[in-house]
Design a protein around this ligand. Structure first.
Ligand code: KG4
Ligand code: ZN
Length: 362
């Protein structure tokens, strides 16, 4: 079953083709440079860029894989949560293609796709505990199968990636700043007293990062020598030297540790409450973070769980995750009609798919 995946939920335009669960090809265009000027994603610009770029990426994907639109058996599209205007571009493109080719549509929950994408490279073991840490979400799920997710906990305010990016912005690092915090954090041991580990003294599996962000802003205000006068570029970050690099490494490592610890504590608490699971899946952009990857390796080993971490290129938004999840859902017998609605951030993605039997060819 040749499945096309279309991703336009935020500032990455991406398409991919998956055949029988294997990745045939993918194309991705990031808008990071466009939004970097504003220090964050500007929704109106993001939608227009998707509209401009998507047809070209699709054409290039067809040429590079030697396929034509009529070869496509399923059209999978990220239908949310995300920026509404951006999602509308991908969903409308998918509907047009579905009408033109007759291939059924399958709307994909972007968050589920993040957690499933590692299945492209290795077997996933269910039931699993899924930790999704991205720029927009911090969710813990019990994943019983590729089509059965139960949300156990989530952030009450900022997402983990958002906290990384906002803290980086305080320091005037380039946007998005998560990877620069990670880069510097690897050069220092954390000061475990520097920042609080927010929202751990409660029995829930929820998160909250706004207090940590404030604590960081206060720390930066008290240490103005840490803050760049204006936003620097990535070359300046790489070539940073001397005492300033050391001081920034310490502060980044300490912040990174506080975030990682809150995630570790809640994941371990979830493992105690959900009953036996076979694996721990960690995904989303922040799953690229070195300290988090190392910590989750330890958690999995201690609890004798398989650890599934997507390779770095599949952690951030991409088309392969949508194509692969769409293939899994289609294989399980699900599809959507042309009524498929995009779902903005903050709204629950409904389970409004149609089940039409599970004897579907792979
Ligand atoms: O999953 P993603 O591409 O986009 C959303 O769906 O939100 O995640 C992007 C987020 C950004 O906040 C970015 O700073 C963060 O992932 N990120 C990292 C690292 N690489 C990307 N955060 C910490 N350490 C990293 N190495
Ligand atoms: Zn994402």
């Amino acid at each position: 079953m040749l499945t096309l995946g279309i991703e336009t939920s935020c500032d990455e335009t991406a398409v991919a083709l998956v055949d029988g669960g294997h990745l045939l090809g993918e194309k991705l265009a990031t808008q990071v440079d466009v939004h970097a000027l504003f220090g964050g994603v500007v929704p109106e610009i993001a939608s227009r860029e998707h509209l401009r770029i998507l047809p070209r990426l699709f054409r290039e994907l067809m040429v590079e894989t030697g396929k034509s639109p009529s070869d496509i058996d399923r059209i999978a599209v990220a239908r949310g949560p995300g920026l509404l205007g951006s999602l509308l571009v991908g969903v409308s493109f998918a509907k047009g293609l579905s009408l033109a080719t007759g291939a059924p549509l399958i709307g994909v929950n972007h968050l589920w796709a993040h957690l499933l994408v590692a299945g492209l490279a290795e077997d996933l073991h269910f039931p699993a505990l899924g930790l999704l840490v991205s720029g927009g979400h911090t969710h813990i799920y019990l994943v019983r199968s590729p089509v059965d997710f139960e949300l156990l906990g989530r952030t009450l305010d900022d997402a983990a990636g958002e906290a990384f990016d906002k803290v980086a912005k305080v320091l005037n690092f380039p946007y998005p700043g998560g990877r620069f915090i990670d880069m510097l954090a690897q050069e220092s041991v954390p000061d475990k007293k520097m920042f609080p580990r927010p929202y751990i003294d409660n029995p829930t599996l929820d998160f909250s990062y706004s207090g940590l962000k404030t604590a960081f802003a206060l720390h930066a205000a008290a240490h103005p020598e840490l803050v760049f006068a204006e936003m620097v570029d990535s070359d300046a970050m790489e070539s940073l030297e001397g005492d300033r690099r050391k001081a920034l490494a310490k502060v980044c490592s300490s912040f990174n540790w506080s975030v990682t610890e809150t995630l570790r504590i809640k994941v371990e608490r979830a493992l105690l409450t959900v009953g036996p699971v076979k694996s721990l899946i960690v995904a989303g952009g922040v799953a690229a973070n070195s300290m988090l990857r190392e910590t989750m390796r330890r958690v999995a080993a201690k609890n004798r769980l398989e650890l599934t971490l997507p390779e770095l290129s599949l952690c951030t938004d991409n088309g392969a995750m949508i194509a692969y999840a769409g293939w899994l859902f289609s294989k399980a017998g699900y599809s959507h009609g042309l009524e498929l609605e995009p779902i903005p951030r903050g709204r629950v993605v409904p389970l409004d798919w149609v089940f039409s039997g599970d004897n579907i060819e792979e």
